[in-house]
Design a binder for this molecule. Structure first.
Ligand code: TXA
Ligand code: MG
Length: 327
């Protein structure tokens, strides 16, 4: 273990953006907001910086990272775009979509960041601070969610500090992230495959491609998992989750959804509502911070009301199922 670092926290502005670019160039670690969640950035081309990043997160090194770039041009230096990928990039970048593509011939991303795969995940984020940092740095930045491995993804700078304080150099504070759930990941290596539901709903992608997306082969299948990071217990609060319930037991906390109260809500230790008006976009934005808050309530379990499966509901239900997985 290396000596603890002093983690600086700076409001997002021209000075902190320039500072972030300097820290990245020196091989350091910078957390910054994207439209989805906060990312922990390192120079994607610097294997030692990437190794430091894995260490700070306590992340298994077989779990590859997403390379963030400023625009499609920069992405094309990293990866080969087939017709589907070109169409998706044109429709949704910048935005909460990650494409897993064949590496370009001279892809500069460090082998460690792609876990030795011959594919690379790329994304152009849609957040002013992220874009400013990428533009100032001028090279690809690998950025997993800025949490310790196995913890919930951070949607505020305070979450990042609580998880990674003393382990990273700088946190650029740009306020709460608007989407609140990680990017949707689609592999374009032939028939397009949905590897991870996320901030861009499946239906929008299927409309653009004018066909259905195949789903990830079941986890545990013989062939190497396509999105190796999709470990079942990836998004884990400490408190047990009880999903799809309209009834709260005594001692439990309640994660509500919609205007109809759960039975026994009055006896809950603590109640938060993802969206009183039943809006899935609002619910996604609140998901991780409300799970964190309820996790701290000292409840015997967190009862979670049913969430519809359409739109962003697919990604919300995916994260809830992972958070509830036994570990
Ligand atoms: O919204 C997001 O995507 C956020 C922000 C910071 O951009 N980042 C994020 O990164 O969620 P991370 O590292 O927490 O999740 C990346 C996922 C992992 O499940 C990883 O296994 C998968 O992407 N992945 C990365 N490269 C891959 C590849 N070449 N093939 C398949 N899956 C890949
Ligand atoms: Mg993550």
């Amino acid at each position: 273990m290396t000596a603890p670092l002093v983690t600086r926290v700076a409001k997002a502005d021209a000075a902190s953006v320039a500072d972030a670019a300097r820290v990245l160039a020196a091989g350091g670690l910078v957390a910054f907001p994207t439209e989805t969640v906060y990312g922990l950035g390192a120079d994607a081309t610097d294997g030692r910086a990437v190794a430091r990043l894995y260490q700070a997160k306590g992340r298994p090194a077989f779990n590859p990272l997403i390379a963030h770039v400023a625009d499609l041009n920069a992405a094309q230096a990293l990866a080969r775009f087939d017709a589907d990928a070109t169409q998706l990039a044109a429709a949704f970048w910048p935005g909460p979509l990650t494409l897993v593509l064949a590496k370009a011939a001279r892809c500069p991303v460090a082998e460690l960041a792609t876990a030795g795969l011959d594919t690379v995940a790329v994304r152009v984020p849609d957040h002013k601070v992220a874009r400013d940092i990428l533009a100032a740095f001028g090279k690809p930045v690998v950025a997993p969610s800025a949490n310790r491995s196995g913890h919930l993804s951070p949607t505020t700078a305070q979450h990042v500090l609580a998880d990674l304080g003393g382990r990273i150099d700088l946190i650029v504070d740009g306020g709460a992230t608007p989407v609140g759930i990680e990017s949707t990941i689609v592999a374009c290596l032939g028939e397009p495959v949905l590897l991870r539901p996320g901030g861009l709903p499946r239906a929008a992608i299927e409309r653009t491609l004018a066909r259905k997306l195949a789903d990830t082969p079941a986890a545990g299948a013989d062939d190497a998992p396509l999105a190796p990071g999709m470990l079942d217990s990836h998004y884990a609060p400490r408190t047990r989750l009880r999903l799809n319930t309209r009834r709260v037991e005594s001692g439990e906390a309640l994660l509500a959804f919609g205007p109809t109260p759960a039975e026994g809500a009055g006896r809950a230790k603590s109640v938060l509502n993802l969206s009183e008006r039943g809006d899935l976009i609002e619910a996604a934005a609140n998901l991780f911070s409300q799970l964190r808050a309820l996790d701290a309530a000292g409840a015997s379990a967190i009862a979670v009301m049913p969430i519809p499966a359409d739109g962003l509901g697919e990604a919300i239900n995916d994260r809830l199922a992972r958070a509830a997985a036994p570990r």
